[in-house]
Design a protein around this ligand. Structure first.
Ligand SMILES: [Fe+2]
Ligand SMILES: [Fe+2]
Length: 215
């Protein structure tokens, strides 16, 4: 097994990677932990409020599709066992986020983004490139991604109605875990990304969030 970690394009890893792609894009995600929204109330939301909340959760679901792809690309390219373990742990929590956000979109009567395969492919490529740049850059990219996701989720809390306690609970639960992912990456030696890279990431995220709010 050890030797397979040295070769990023090992066949077993490619097959299990492909299996993961199919599950993220076509499968019905199943969470291992209960959603933080479980038991929270909805307080008779009107149609417009539900539509807006469904669109925000579609954006978040799309972000989680990207997270799956990024982590997968990064783990595939990384040859450091400790980093791979941290990536796997975070990826398993991201799988729950994927399931929680998909469930909430559907509960609110919305649909998942039709552009998910596109975001998946782009994020996978980005993650792979980051993984090949070396562990400190790989972790730096991860930490910056999580930081931007945290800010973005915080922004969504501001845009949601106070009465939608259920959606708020899901977003807050995810936000706390994204913060933990960032701290883990920083502990493991994340390097601070150059300003230009951070700005480019923000721009890419804006394109993704604007489009997936609508489709
Ligand atoms: Fe997440
Ligand atoms: Fe995360």
């Amino acid at each position: 097994m050890e030797s397979s970690h040295g070769n990023p394009l090992d066949l077993d890893r490619c097959i299990s990677g492909f299996d993961k792609v199919v599950r993220v894009l076509l499968g019905e995600p199943v969470a291992r932990r209960p959603s933080p929204g479980e038991g929270a109330s909805e307080d008779n939301l009107d149609h417009a409020t539900r539509r807006h909340a469904a669109a925000l959760m579609r954006v978040n679901h799309c972000g989680e599709v990207c997270a799956q792809a990024l982590y997968q690309g990064q783990a595939l390219a990384s040859s450091n066992e400790m980093v791979r373990k941290a990536l796997d742990q975070a990826a398993s929590e991201e799988s729950d986020h994927l399931a929680w956000s998909a469930e909430r979109v559907r509960e609110l009567g919305g649909q998942l983004s039709v552009l998910n395969p596109l975001w998946y492919a782009g994020s996978f490529a980005l993650g792979y490139v980051a993984g090949r740049l070396g562990e400190d850059w790989n972790l730096g990219f991860l930490a910056e991604t999580e930081r931007q996701v945290e800010e973005h989720l915080q922004g969504h809390l501001g845009r949601l109605g106070d009465r939608d306690a259920k959606t708020r609970a899901v977003i807050e639960g995810m936000r706390q875990e994204e913060a933990e992912h960032r701290r883990t990456a920083e502990r493991l030696g994340a390097r601070e990304l150059p300003d230009a890279a951070r700005r480019a990431m923000r721009l890419a995220a804006r394109v993704m969030t604007t489009l997936s709010y609508r489709i």
